[in-house]
Structure formats: structure tokens, C-alpha cells
Design a protein around this ligand. Structure first.
Ligand SMILES: Nc1ncnc2c1ncn2[C@@H]1O[C@H](COP(=O)(O)OP(=O)(O)OP(=O)(O)O)[C@@H](O)[C@H]1O
Ligand SMILES: [Mg+2]
Length: 231
């Protein structure tokens, strides 16, 4: 489903020098795959995730998303593909404070042009599935961290994206809520025709993926294949 070849990302350091944040990245991700990206702070994990999620355009190399050659698309064509095909979950939830849980979860459908009543109805079904039925009309400030992250997960999934990318989705949560969120991600995010990619520092997340990509200093050090993934 995804193929990266010789992907690089650098920033100018001045005097014509470049600072390489990602180097020589080769990675294939299959449909149904659940990949965790781990590594020390500054290794390039978020940078790689933002490129995969079509949010960062300053890279070189090859990125195939199914048969689409991303490296040949203009940024606004990538933006269209991103809105249709990618779901994002961030460490800090990024919910809109003036919208209720149901309205927040409905946002990707509204962007896609769906009618508001239908979008909110779909969002409510999904929030029920993530265990938030009693809190659907609450505002983010009235929800716990774990509840907000479940709203964010519903929002990321609502338009049925092919790829879901999550940057440290459990980092702001206590152990119990983190576990709930990971189980939820696995239950709703892993589907035969989709891929799920999670960046994490958190060794508690370790058992969840079917592959772990270990990064350091902007490179993939090794890819660890997991046995039948833990529940
Ligand atoms: N806009 C930028 N300009 C210059 N360097 C940058 C920029 N954005 C990120 N970097 C550098 O890129 C490197 C990788 O950053 P990235 O955010 O991908 O790390 P990370 O692995 O996600 O780290 P963490 O675990 O702390 O989130 C870091 O050294 C960072 O300082
Ligand atoms: Mg990061």
C-alpha cells in the first residue's frame, strides 16, 4: 500500500550546509499493517509521520501511496488526497474547543461536503462505538484526556481513511487510559484494507504493532517483526 524509497528530509543550516533529519529511508507498509515507529527524541519519528500523512512537502525521494507517485504530485493535489485518505491522531488531541464531541468527530465529513445532520449522526454512531455515548454533546474542556483522545480517534476514522497516522497518541494519558486508547486503536484502526502507523516512546505500546520500526539519527536502524500481536 505504501512504499518509500530513498526518502530524505533536510533543513538548511546556513552557508549552503544541510542538516539531515531523515536519510535513506526505505519502508514498505502493506494493507492491514500496524506499524509502530520507536526511537529516541529527535530521531525523526514525527518528521517521517508527517511525510507519510502528506503534511510535509519538503522531502526528496520516492513515496508511492498505492499507485500514486506522491513525489510527482503538487502540494495541493497531495492535500486533496490527504483529506480523503488520511486520518490523524496527535498527542494533544487538537480538538476544536467551540465544538461538541460529536461535532468535532464530524469535521472530516463536513470538509468532504457531507450534510451536517448526516455527518453528526455518523459521528454519534462512531462515538458510541468508542464508548462515549453519554458524552457526545460535551465540549472538549468537559472531557478527560482519554475521552478527548477517543473523540480524536473517532474523528480520524470517520471518513474511512486508508491510512491512519498517530503521533504519540498515549503520551498525555495515564496508564489505564493509554491502554484503553491502544486497544481501541487496534480494534477500530486495524482493518484488512487499511494501515495504521503509530509513533511512540511508550514501551507499553510495544506489544501492539505487527512491526516495529526502530529509528535513530534520522535513519531506520532495524525493523522488528512481531510474533502474533498481543491483544
Ligand atoms: N523546522 C525545523 N527546522 C530545523 N530542524 C528541525 C525542524 N523540525 C524538526 N527539526 C529537527 O528534526 C529532528 C527530528 O525531529 P522530530 O520531531 O521528527 O523528532 P522525533 O523523533 O519525533 O522526536 P520526539 O520523540 O522528541 O518527538 C530534530 O533534531 C529536530 O530538531
Ligand atoms: Mg515527535
Amino acid at each position: 500500500m505504501i512504499r518509500l524509497h530513498n526518502l530524505e528530509r533536510s533543513y538548511p543550516l546556513g552557508r549552503g550546509q544541510l542538516f539531515y533529519v531523515l536519510r535513506d529511508i526505505d519502508l514498505d507498509i502493506a494493507e492491514g499493517g500496524f506499524v509502530s515507529i520507536m526511537g529516541p527524541s529527535g530521531a525523526g519519528k514525527s518528521t517521517l509521520l508527517h511525510i507519510l500523512g502528506m503534511h510535509d512537502h519538503g522531502w526528496t525521494g520516492e513515496y508511492f501511496f498505492e499507485e500514486t507517485a506522491m513525489h510527482q504530485l503538487k502540494p495541493n493535489a497531495r492535500g486533496t488526497l490527504r483529506n480523503e485518505q488520511i486520518g490523524f491522531v496527535f498527542q494533544q488531541y487538537n480538538l476544536l474547543p467551540a465544538l461538541t464531541a460529536a461535532e468535532n468527530a464530524a469535521v472530516p465529513l463536513l470538509i468532504a461536503g457531507e450534510y451536517r445532520t448526516k455527518a453528526v449522526r455518523t459521528a454519534k454512531d462512531l462515538l458510541t462505538e468508542v464508548g462515549l455515548e453519554p458524552r457526545m454533546n460535551a465540549y472538549p474542556s468537559q472531557l478527560s484526556g482519554g475521552q478527548q483522545q477517543r473523540v480524536a480517534i473517532a474523528r480520524a476514522l470517520i471518513h474511512q481513511p486508508r491510512l491512519m497516522v498517530c503521533d504519540e497518541p498515549t503520551a498525555a494519558l495515564d496508564a489505564q487510559s493509554g491502554q484503553t486508547v491502544m486497544q481501541l486503536l487496534k480494534r477500530v484502526g486495524v482493518q484488512p484494507d487499511r494501515a495504521l502507523i503509530i509513533v511512540t516512546h511508550d514501551s507499553r505500546v510495544y506489544g501492539f504493532g505487527d512491526r516495529i520500526v526502530h529509528m535513530s539519527d534520522g535513519r531506520i536502524e532495524r525493523v522488528e517483526e512481531m510474533e502474533a500481536a498481543a491483544a
